[in-house]
Design a protein. Structure first.
Length: 121
């Protein structure tokens, strides 16, 4: 392998590698925006960062329905908890734990989105 090809290969690997913390910088930026919206209790902003329709209690919620249920999904205790979390990366998603719930975030069409709430067992 030529020196030029080797340097090019190393540069490509460096650019594609995750950050030193193992996280995607795109997720880090998303998380800052998401937490900021939670702190401001900005329902519209959270809805814009949510994969819609959002499945909740066997019903697919559109944006208006999601906003109407927002206080049930993100009450003050949950918002206060989430903004203190450091999400954990799994193979295809990030998750943040609050009490008995797991909040999951995935990359959808090159953009991170809030996708679901699971049970923390």
């Amino acid at each position: 392998m030529s020196k030029t090809r080797f340097i090019t290969l190393i540069a490509c690997l460096f650019l594609l590698a995750p950050t030193a913390t193992g996280k995607d910088p795109g997720f880090d930026a998303f998380w800052v925006k998401f937490c900021d919206a939670l702190k401001r209790n900005d329902k519209e902003a959270i809805a814009s960062m949510t994969k819609l329709p959002y499945l909740w209690n066997d019903k697919k919620l559109n944006k208006q329905e999601f906003i109407a249920k927002y206080n049930q999904l993100f009450d003050k205790k949950t918002r206060d908890c989430l903004v203190k979390q450091k999400p954990v990366q799994d193979t295809t998603y990030y998750s943040a734990f609050c009490g008995e719930e797991i909040f999951m975030f995935q990359k959808i069409k090159n953009t991170y989105m809030f996708t679901e709430i699971g049970v923390n067992d």
